[in-house]
Design a protein around this ligand. Structure first.
Ligand code: PMP
Length: 443
């Protein structure tokens, strides 16, 4: 398979996207406003989505296996969500005072998530982790934070460190260097962080214990999204839980992605509970959202009726009613049956793909948990950032564009997820397309 030929097919079959990209580039750097969904030579510009199918400007239909980066767990154009949004717009779209839907959404989440007694809403996962870290600093009086190498927790300085560091500068695998994700990040963010290797409980414990007197928080994703939806080892999470508890360190679970793996999130699946949980994506039903919650004691930091010692938390659109009604409709639709169905489809897909790669002797593997999956272009086991870095990026790019040309959309790192609308038939066709691409690649 020749990548240039695939790109030519892609360019020829998407002339309207190509042209809009030219216009877009005149007014937005890269022609869009979100780097994570950019790819060369130009991204697809989409016009609509229905169920599991998305349609681009040229009328090409594709099976959506990325669902706005794991957000649309019920697929596109869900009738119930659409109805409540339309009804809410008739009443008003935003107000300078709380509305009933925000209280209801808070009740639904507190009911589902054992470690969350109180919650606050924001407009993105980025703001959720920002506020959670601030809470940890206010709560402990300490400054430093700990995060895993290769983890993405949003686009603010404190966590834009060691997200995809180059291995030349990443340092010792057992005690990685903090590396700014790009220029523009403050020096203090780099100085205020310790980096631990994901899924390495021994190394993590040593680092956290050594610097415990300075550390306010450890932030961790129970399923690492960026390196390919890699589930944490239970022992890793248990160790971190134990060592943080002993040392007056706030444990933050970033469940922006992993909240979709069960009704009570990854923490319920693992039966390990953090002090603060960050949410995003699915809880807003496709509308902009983020949230952070925890026990009464920590969350009382934000109580404005405390005369002093309260932490500021403003935001013009926090808890807006459109997001809240869409979130309520989503959570109410997410019954136990839906989780069982999408997680079973995830198991089916991963097991079929693993067998296929073995049969074809392709240098690939698959990672994931529940409805989350990612293709890995290495046969070595991927369990952390360093092992993820063994991926063959050229194969990744060939597969990504080949799949777009075959009618499937994944993230540009070939990660995906299954919505309640994706069918077994779609998954079988997806597997068949991967098989064809692998044989075109010469395996
Ligand atoms: N945390 C994780 C684990 C994420 O995957 C993301 C976004 N992909 C964020 C935080 C940031 O969320 P947002 O894009 O809504 O700011």
């Amino acid at each position: 398979m020749n990548i240039n030929e695939e790109i030519e097919i892609y360019t020829k079959s998407n002339p309207k996207s190509f042209n809009l990209h030219k216009t877009g580039k005149k007014v937005m750097p890269g022609g869009d406003t979100r780097n994570s969904i950019y790819w060369d030579p130009f991204p697809l510009y989409l016009s609509k989505g229905n169920g599991s199918i998305i349609t681009d400007l040229d009328g090409n239909e594709r099976v959506d296996l990325i669902n706005n980066m794991t957000t649309l767990i019920l697929g596109h154009n869900n009738k119930k969500i659409k109805k409540v949004i339309i009804e809410q717009t008739k009443k008003g779209v935003s107000f300078p005072s709380p509305t009933p839907p925000v209280v209801k959404l808070a009740e639904l989440i507190c009911d589902r998530v054992k470690s969350v007694e109180k919650i606050r809403f924001v407009n993105s996962g980025t703001e959720a982790t920002l506020n959670a870290i601030r809470a940890a600093r206010a709560f402990t009086g300490k400054q430093k934070i700990v995060k895993c190498e290769g983890a993405y927790h949003g686009n603010h300085d404190s966590v834009q460190i060691s997200v995809t560091p180059s291995l030349d500068v990443a340092g010792d695998e057992h005690f990685p260097n903090p590396v700014k994700a790009f220029e523009g990040i403050s020096d203090s963010a780099e100085n205020d962080i310790y980096i631990i290797p994901y899924n390495n409980e021994k190394a993590a414990k040593i680092i956290i214990e050594k610097y415990a007197s300075e550390i306010a928080a450890v932030i961790v994703e129970p399923v690492n999204g960026q390196c390919g939806m890699i589930p944490a080892k239970k022992l890793f999470l248990e160790t971190i839980r134990e060592v943080t508890k002993k040392n007056n360190i706030v444990l933050i679970f970033d469940e922006v992605i992993s909240f979709r793996i069960s009704r009570g999130g990854a923490q319920e699946y693992y039966d390990i509970y953090p002090d603060i949980t960050c949410f995003g994506k699915i809880i807003g039903g496709g509308m902009p959202v983020g949230a952070f919650g925890g026990n009464n004691k920590i969350m009382s930091l934000w109580n404005p009726s405390n005369d002093k010692n309260y932490v500021q938390h403003a935001g013009t659109f926090n808890g807006n009613p459109i997001t809240a009604v869409a979130g309520i409709a989503t959570l109410e639709s997410l019954t136990e049956k839906v989780y069982i169905d999408i997680n079973k489809k995830g198991d089916y897909l991963r097991s079929k793909l693993s067998n296929l790669f073995l049969e074809m002797e392709a240098p690939m593997s698959v990672t994931g948990i529940g409805s989350l999956f990612a293709l890995q272009f290495t046969t070595d086991k991927v369990y952390d950032y360093r092992s993820y870095m063994k991926n063959n990026q050229i194969l990744n790019n060939q597969m990504f564009i080949g799949l777009i040309n075959s009618g499937f959309l994944l993230s540009n790192r070939c990660a995906g997820n299954i919505s309640a609308c994706n069918t077994y038939d779609e998954l079988d066709k997806f597997i068949e397309s991967i098989k064809i691409i692998i044989s075109k690649l010469g395996y």
